[in-house]
Design a protein around this ligand. Structure first.
Ligand code: DX5
Ligand code: ZN
Length: 231
């Protein structure tokens, strides 16, 4: 039987209070998050600078959640070992990054962890096609804002891209990142996304557990699996 990807809610630590970083990781865990999302930015690939492997290591020490590490850096291939050793569960690299993407995905797997490929809003979903092989990657992440900053408005142009990929591949993980709240999570789930990355909506909610549960329920109800015949 073909496996259906599970619905996952991932708070993005970019919106956390960094003065209480370990507590924020544990707060997300207690709120029912499936994993934490960590945005690594180098000031070149995107116009912002965030943090590096030491902060991933802090998250690893603070809680037991899987860590989804999103590399928005020019040469992700040079830093895979550092992020793998810091405790990443999955490393996501951009298809637009100036490196050999196929080799980079292979290298991530070579470190014994999961691999993901990220597409910017203006990149067509076809850019992912050469890499769509579960031997090479576990997940495709569609950016629904221009990467670099939290708190931006969701771009609906991501929806047909999600739909096209889900039609093509019922088993692959499809995540979406940027401007995700309950309403936009529902739209993305309806198009076929199964993993929802949200910074502002979850970390700034008055009750993070309630917000996480609400997003999970809304996305689960709206989720549309692949269009292919049942296996
Ligand atoms: C943006 C990051 C996102 C960011 C999303 O470059 O990749 O993970 O934290 O933030 P919100 O949910 O506030 O749009
Ligand atoms: Zn991200």
């Amino acid at each position: 039987m073909m496996s259906v990807p599970s619905i996952q809610i991932l708070p993005s630590l970019l919106a956390a209070d960094f003065g209480r970083f370990a507590d924020e990781c544990r707060r997300a865990e207690a709120a029912g998050a499936d994993a934490l999302h960590l945005d690594v930015m180098d000031g070149h690939f995107v116009r912002n600078i965030s943090f590096g492997p030491d902060v991933v290591r802090m998250a690893r020490a603070a809680c037991g959640l899987p860590l989804s590490v999103h590399l928005m850096i020019d040469r992700p291939d040079l830093y895979l070992r550092a992020f793998a050793e810091a405790g990443s569960t999955i490393i996501l690299v951009h298809v637009e990054a100036p490196c050999d993407v196929r080799e980079t995905l292979r290298d991530i797997r070579g470190h014994g962890i999961r691999a993901g490929l990220t597409l910017n809003p203006e990149t067509p979903f076809e850019a992912a096609i050469p890499f769509l092989d579960l031997r090479l990657l576990d997940e495709v992440l569609f950016m629904s804002v221009h990467p670099g900053f939290g708190g931006q408005a969701f771009m609906p142009s991501v929806l047909p891209k999600i739909r096209a990929l889900r039609d093509r591949d019922p088993a692959i993980g499809i995540s979406v990142d940027g401007g995700i709240g309950d309403a936009t999570a529902v739209q993305c789930a309806g198009a076929g996304a199964n993993a929802f990355i949200a910074g502002t909506t979850l970390f700034r909610a008055p009750d993070m557990a309630a917000a996480t549960a609400r997003m999970r329920a809304a996305a689960s109800a709206a989720f549309r699996g692949g269009g292919g015949p049942p296996a």
